[in-house]
Design a protein around this ligand. Structure first.
Ligand SMILES: O=C(O)CCC(=O)C(=O)O
Length: 216
């Protein structure tokens, strides 16, 4: 179950559109966190064992929803879906459930990028909700956001060069297990390696506003 109720939706949405992301403390209760963690670990284990992937992003598994009915159900009807609809102003399409692992000792992070593709860049075009399965902190590779960057115009590319990751608007989204963060598909974000000795595992669900795919 989610600990966010409808009475908080308006303030969550206001902060999301102001900053380009919003942190939701204690979004999952103990039971929901434990179920998500168990499902994620077993799906990731199974998929890794059957995968000969040589890509540099070995620790990312997209489209879990296409391989595992439980994730398909969560993408479509998880307790977060009503909030995602509220934020994206109506019907949404679940694009992907993904596993984002940053194992201990992994030096590779993900460079500043946006999730939107193509030139259709309306503020409510798409959003991601990212659930922390472990404590996510600077030293184990938490997400960082460039606050307000969803309002800027960048080249229509995924990876954006020249971002000042030390700027005063660079925010580390440090989370506890069961916390979540929602970010706009237009917000610049990145993460660093994990030199901490602690795991940093996460599940995310990415949504388009309904009908957007035909426009990108
Ligand atoms: O988990 C990460 O380090 C990156 C996640 C990300 O880029 C995303 O969810 O869009």
């Amino acid at each position: 179950m989610s600990n966010i109720n409808r009475s908080n939706f308006a303030s969550v949405k206001k902060n999301y559109y102001r900053d380009g992301f919003v942190i939701l403390k204690n979004f999952l209760d103990e039971k929901a966190l434990s179920e998500l963690r168990n499902r994620a670990l077993s799906a990731a284990k199974e998929l890794r064992e059957n995968n000969n992937d040589n890509s540099p992003y070995q620790n990312i598994i997209k489209s879990l929803d296409k391989r595992d009915p439980w994730f398909n159900h969560q993408l479509k009807r998880g307790t977060h879906v009503s909030l995602m609809k509220y934020i994206l102003n109506g019907e949404i399409e679940g694009a992907s459930a993904a596993w984002f692992n940053r194992p201990e000792g992994s030096s590779r992070g993900i460079s500043p990028h946006v999730d939107i593709i193509g030139s259709y860049r309306k503020p409510d075009a798409g959003a991601t909700i990212w659930f922390a399965l472990d404590q996510a902190q600077i030293d184990n590779g938490c997400l960082h956001y460039l606050r307000g960057s969803h309002k800027n115009k960048y080249p229509t590319e995924t990876f954006i060069s020249g971002i000042d990751t030390q700027s005063k608007d660079a925010v580390a989204a440090e989370l506890e297990p069961g916390d979540a963060v929602i970010h706009s598909a237009l917000t610049i974000h990145w993460s660093l390696g994990n030199g901490s000795g602690h795991p940093r595992r996460a599940i995310s669900y990415f949504y388009w506003k309904a009908g957007i795919k035909g426009k990108i």
